[in-house]
Design a protein around this ligand. Structure first.
Ligand code: PEP
Ligand code: MN
Length: 353
């Protein structure tokens, strides 16, 4: 995958239908999405891992030559999903050079190891979607297994995490997980799949923009010549024309500001942030020292560590003060929980000393 290194970062765009349905569907879609010059790769699922049986499970290997032909006619490289060693064998035999591993496969270390073993010695590029459950280590593990099999080009695709009762999103984005992945593998190319995160067309623009604002390297967007009639994921697919509009509307930003004055302003602001971060930790340390003293008092007087009323009092006070400072209730809740756990950890240590 080649990332353009202009001052404004151009996202790498993968587009195409959720599923391959016929050769002419792929050719028509491919030609239309390539017209803008902004799409870098054509996607289509040949084998579809469906959550429930009896849903459309893909056309199968008959679709491989269709995809290759569509890529040729639109002058785009192609990518498809594989889930086992047999798929790998068929894809390699067909001469396909890019594959993705789906969310229902990256949860399974056995499947990933089988895929990694069967890819050994090939020069294929692999995009690894996050596992369906919010487990960063499974995602990391899948990438490591592929790297250990000497696959040079391993990239990541963030497609969100499933929940029992999806609300706004089909799959919760949980942006902190892909950010943590990037922390683990700073050089990995990270793409966002707003189609599977959102589950509906209307959300694609805003999710895509958010991903680019977080410095993602690209997007994978499901695009179909006639989305309402798509054989899978109809509600989240868009037409090639809608794709053009979304791509044209994206605000592209620079990773580093090259304007000198602006960048010195930025470093002043960053210095302020660094100082505040240190102050916050100092204050938290002081707070913990007081928690330790309370721990000693509780131990001497045989009082339980958890005093529910007191904890509720703290929560209420902070939940009314936090929003006045422009902080969301969700943040306050997470912050207090972390703080409380650290306090309990300190006091438990004191009790048991
Ligand atoms: C897909 O890309 O069509 C797909 C099945 O994705 P995921 O594995 O993210 O559900
Ligand atoms: Mn899909």
């Amino acid at each position: 995958m080649m990332i353009n290194s202009n001052s404004k970062k151009m996202p790498f765009i993968i587009a195409g239908p959720c599923s391959a349905e016929s050769e002419e569907q792929l050719i028509e879609t491919a030609k239309k999405i390539s017209a803008s010059g902004k799409v870098n790769m054509l996607r289509a699922g040949i084998w579809k891992p469906r959550t429930r049986p009896n849903a459309f499970e893909g056309v199968g290997s008959i679709g491989l030559p269709w995809l290759i032909e569509a890529g040729k006619q639109a002058n785009l490289p192609v990518v498809t999903e594989i889930a086992n060693a047999k798929h790998v064998e068929l894809v390699l035999k067909a001469g396909i050079k890019h594959i993705w591993i789906g969310a229902r496969t990256s949860v399974n270390p056995f499947a990933i190891q089988e895929i990694a073993d069967s890819l050994k010695g090939s020069s294929i590029e692999v995009f690894v979607k996050n596992p369906i459950n919010p487990d960063l280590n499974l995602w990391i593990g899948a990438i490591e297994r592929l790297k250990n099999a000497d696959i040079k080009d391993v990239h990541a695709i963030h497609r969100g995490f499933s929940s029992f009762k999806p609300n706004k999103y089909r799959n919760e984005p949980m942006w902190e997980i892909p950010i943590a992945l990037k922390n683990e593998f700073p050089d990995i190319q990270l793409l966002c799949d707003p189609s599977h995160i959102g589950g509906k067309r209307d959300l694609i623009q805003s999710i895509s923009q958010k991903a680019l604002d977080l410095n993602y390297d690209g997007l994978m967007i499901e695009t179909h010549r006639d989305p309402d009639k798509a054989w899978s994921d109809a509600e989240q697919q868009i037409t090639p024309t809608e794709l053009d509009v979304i791509l044209a509307n994206l605000v592209l930003r620079q990773e580093q500001n090259i304007n000198k004055n602006l960048s010195s302003d930025l470093s002043t602001l960053r210095e302020n942030i660094d100082k505040i971060d240190r102050d916050i930790l100092t204050l938290l340390g002081n707070r913990m020292k007081i928690a330790d003293e309370i721990g000693i008092y509780k131990k001497t007087n045989n009082i339980t560590i958890l005093q529910l009323n007191r904890w509720r009092e703290i929560q209420q006070a902070q939940q009314s003060y936090g929003p006045e400072q422009g902080l969301s209730l969700k943040f306050i809740e997470k912050y207090l929980e972390a703080l409380h756990q650290e306090s309990i950890r300190h006091q438990t240590k004191i009790m048991n000393d």
